[in-house]
Design a protein around this ligand. Structure first.
Ligand SMILES: Nc1ncnc2c1ncn2[C@@H]1O[C@H](COP(=O)(O)OP(=O)(O)OP(=O)(O)O)[C@@H](O)[C@H]1O
Ligand SMILES: [Mg+2]
Length: 326
């Protein structure tokens, strides 16, 4: 069984949730231990008592195209608590991406209220909207959206670059994120040198490298075969297990089954919203041994045990030369 960190246990892991030092200094969203304190240890990280990550009320989005009005979202209410893993389903054109774009602060609603992690963002525009987006949200798209001819590790560094993180720290954090998705040994590969599933895992690493409060994925497995789908879902599920809030749009019931709740949309409205027992494979075996090991460990190794975590700026670490990354 994968070791789980228990409440109160210090995080010695150089992982995404650790390293408060770097992130706090740099103004990046910090370690969420404080947020998670007081939650159960049973794996149910949902915490209805705290500020919800997402709270939308009366959300409406209409488009006027060529004199025709399309009501893509109609009076949507949705609350997602911190630590939930929610799947959004619905037929094509039902408004899923429109909702996701608003939740991700890529678009603003025609009417309604959106409070993101305690901040009212429905009316934000321009730079203020971008700031909230960069600090609070990680995106994963169906088409990966990696920068071509650019290494995996540099792709993952991008959000940190925008946040003004110094080069060496940026590289270290990006390598940790790649280790977490099982791609330490692909850090120097460009997107065309990676499989679809690997590209999407790089995209997931990029989405979470700056510790966003919310991970949004719009059909993240839509372009993947079943094996890569499993790889990506496993990473998303692990991120959720660590306490992140994850919202995934999907057309596939198997994918939605990994979540703890499914919201179904139809004609711009939420028509069903039900909690479920997640259906995940009993054994979480790495399906790609060539790239899955070493995976990031959630706890530090015991005394005398070799440390399989990603090397930190060790001589010969992929991509770190004397001059550092670009
Ligand atoms: N920018 C836009 N301008 C005009 N109409 C739009 C725009 N974006 C979305 N729509 C319309 O809003 C409705 C909802 O679209 P949306 O992309 O949210 O659907 P979806 O549920 O994501 O569908 P799919 O499963 O095919 O991705 C559709 O009728 C679409 O044509
Ligand atoms: Mg869509």
């Amino acid at each position: 069984m994968r070791p789980r960190r228990r409440r109160g246990q210090p995080d010695a892991t150089p992982g995404l949730r650790g390293d408060l030092g770097d992130r706090a200094e740099l103004g990046i969203r910090g370690d969420r231990d404080g947020d998670l304190a007081g939650l159960g240890e049973t794996g149910d990280l949902r915490d209805p008592g705290s500020v919800p990550t997402i709270e939308v009320t009366g959300l409406t989005r209409s488009f006027l195209t060529g004199g025709t009005q399309v009501d893509a979202l109609v009076d949507v209410d949705l609350r997602v608590d911190r630590g939930e893993f929610v799947a959004v389903m619905g037929s094509s054109g039902s408004g899923k991406s429109t909702l996701m774009n608003i939740l991700g602060c890529l678009d603003t609603p025609t009417a309604g209220r959106y409070v993101l992690d305690g901040t009212d963002v429905a009316t934000l525009r321009g730079a203020a909207q971008a700031r909230v987006r960069n600090r609070t949200i990680g995106f994963v798209f169906q088409s990966f959206n990696l920068v071509p001819r650019t290494s995996a590790v540099t792709n993952v560094e991008l959000p940190l670059m925008y946040a003004g993180v110094p080069r060496r720290q940026r590289r270290r954090l990006a390598l940790e994120a790649l280790a977490m998705v099982g791609l330490s040994d692909r850090a120097d590969h460009t997107p065309t040198q990676l499989s679809g599933g690997q590209q999407q895992r790089v995209a997931v690493a990029r989405a979470v490298v700056s510790e966003p409060a919310l991970l949004l994925a719009d059909e993240p497995t839509g372009n993947l075969d079943s094996r890569s789908t499993h790889d990506v879902l496993r990473v998303l599920a692990e991120l959720h297990d660590e306490g992140r809030t994850v919202v995934v749009i999907t057309h596939e019931h198997d994918v939605a089954g990994w979540a703890g709740r499914t919201v179904v949309m139809h004609d711009g409205r939420v028509v069903s919203d039900e909690a479920q027992v997640p259906r995940r494979p009993a054994a979480w075996e790495p399906v790609d041994p060539a790239t899955a090991a070493p995976r990031r460990r959630l706890v530090a190794p015991a005394a005398g045990e070799p440390d399989a975590r990603v090397p930190h700026e060790a001589p010969g670490t992929v991509g770190i030369g004397p001059g550092g990354p670009p």
